[in-house]
Design a binder for this molecule. Structure first.
Ligand SMILES: NC(=O)C1=CN([C@@H]2O[C@H](COP(=O)(O)OP(=O)(O)OC[C@H]3O[C@@H](n4cnc5c(N)ncnc54)[C@H](OP(=O)(O)O)[C@@H]3O)[C@@H](O)[C@H]2O)C=CC1
Ligand SMILES: O=C(O)[C@@H]1CCC=N1
Length: 277
C-alpha cells in the first residue's frame, strides 16, 4: 500500500506533489499518480520518479491517502470510478471549491474520511498556505498526518467548514491577484525605463519583502506603510493615486466576488446531492 496517491496532477496537484517530495513528507516510491494524458503522466514520472497508475481506480486501490486534484467538473466522474475501492481506512483529500464534506460523503455513498482543503500553488516552492477542515470520523492521528502533509509545503490553518469560501479567496485565488500586482508594477517600471527582466525582479522582491515584514515584525500593515511614506515625499503621491483608483476596495471586492462564486458552486452541489431546496 502506498502512502499517498494523486488523482489528477496539474497545476495544484503537481505543486503539492513536488512540495511533499522536496520537503520530506513522503518518499517517491510511496507515491502513486494518475493523470488523464499519458504525456503528462510520463513527464511527471520522469521528473519525480513516482509510480504511474493505470487509472484512478488503481490509485484508490493502492494508496491510503487519496488527493482528488482534478477540476471540479471531473469530481463526480472520478468519485464514481473509485468509490468501491475506497476502504474504511482510506482518506480522501478534496481541494475543489464545490464540494462540502457532506456532499463528498454522499457522492461516495458511505462514511468516507474526508479532509477538505484549500491550498495554493506557492506550495510548489514550499511557500503555500492551506485552510483545512476534517470530517468528524477522522481520528486525531489521521488529522495530524494530513496536517503534516500540508505543512510539508507551507503553512496550514484549521478552520470551520463555513469559512472555506473565505479561505478560497485569501489562499486559493489570491496568488493570481498578487501576480497581477507584480505584472502591473513591472509595466510601470518598464514605462519608467527599467528593463523588463529587472522590473519583474524589483517588483517581486518588493512584494516578497513587504510580505516578510508583515509576517516577521508582527506590525500592522498600516504602520509599515506609514514608515515608507516620507512627509511631502514620493510614496504618498502614489498612495493618493491608488486611493483615487479604488485599489483597496478593488481588492476587497475581488475577495468577496471569489467567495461568492465559491459559495454558489458549493450550494449547487448541495442542492444536487443533498436534495436541499
Ligand atoms: N490551481 C490552483 O491554484 C488551485 C486549484 N485548486 C483546485 O485544484 C483542482 C485542480 O485544479 P488545477 O490543478 O488548477 O487543474 P489542472 O487542469 O491544472 O489539472 C487537472 C488534472 O486532472 C487531470 N485529469 C483530467 N481528467 C481526469 C480524469 N478523468 N481522471 C483523472 N485525472 C484527470 C489532468 O490530467 P492531464 O494533465 O493529463 O490533462 C490534470 O492532471 C481543482 O479542483 C481546483 O479547484 C484549489 C486551490 C488552488
Ligand atoms: O479558480 C479556482 O476555481 C481554483 C480554486 C482556487 C484557486 N483556483
Amino acid at each position: 500500500m502506498k502512502k499517498i496517491g494523486f488523482i489528477g496532477c496539474g497545476n495544484m496537484g503537481e505543486a503539492m506533489l513536488s512540495g511533499a517530495l522536496n520537503y520530506g513528507f513522503v518518499k517517491k516510491e510511496d507515491v502513486i499518480v494518475y493523470t488523464k494524458s499519458i504525456e503528462n503522466l510520463e513527464r511527471l514520472n520522469k521528473k519525480y520518479n513516482v509510480v504511474m497508475a493505470k487509472d484512478s481506480k488503481d490509485v484508490a486501490e493502492n494508496a491510503r491517502i487519496n488527493v482528488l486534484a482534478v477540476k471540479p467538473d471531473i469530481y463526480s466522474e472520478v468519485i464514481e470510478e473509485i468509490k468501491d475501492k475506497i476502504s474504511k481506512d482510506s482518506i480522501v483529500i478534496a481541494i475543489a471549491p464545490n464540494f462540502s464534506i457532506n456532499v463528498i460523503k454522499s457522492m461516495f455513498d458511505k462514511d468516507v474520511k474526508v479532509a477538505r482543503a484549500m491550498p495554493n500553488t506557492p506550495a510548489m516552492i514550499g511557500c503555500g498556505i492551506t485552510g483545512i477542515c476534517f470530517s468528524d470520523n477522522m481520528t486525531i492521528e489521521e488529522r495530524k498526518e494530513i496536517l503534516k502533509f500540508f505543512t510539508s509545503f507551507g503553512e496550514v490553518i484549521e478552520v470551520k467548514e463555513d469559512l472555506m469560501k473565505a479561505v478560497g479567496s485569501v489562499s486559493g485565488s489570491s496568488p493570481a491577484f498578487i501576480y497581477m500586482l507584480i505584472e502591473a508594477m513591472s509595466d510601470g517600471a518598464v514605462l519608467l525605463g527599467i528593463p523588463r527582466k529587472d522590473a519583474y525582479r524589483f517588483a517581486a522582491k518588493a512584494v516578497e519583502g513587504a510580505a516578510k515584514m508583515v509576517l516577521e515584525t508582527g506590525k500592522h500593515p498600516g504602520e509599515l506603510k506609514d514608515a515608507v511614506c516620507s512627509p511631502g515625499g514620493t510614496s504618498i503621491e502614489g498612495i493618493i493615486k491608488l486611493e483615487e483608483k479604488g485599489f483597496r476596495s478593488g481588492i476587497i471586492e475581488a475577495m468577496l466576488k471569489s467567495a461568492e462564486k465559491f459559495y454558489s458552486m458549493e450550494e449547487k452541489e448541495e442542492k444536487k446531492y443533498m436534495k436541499i431546496e
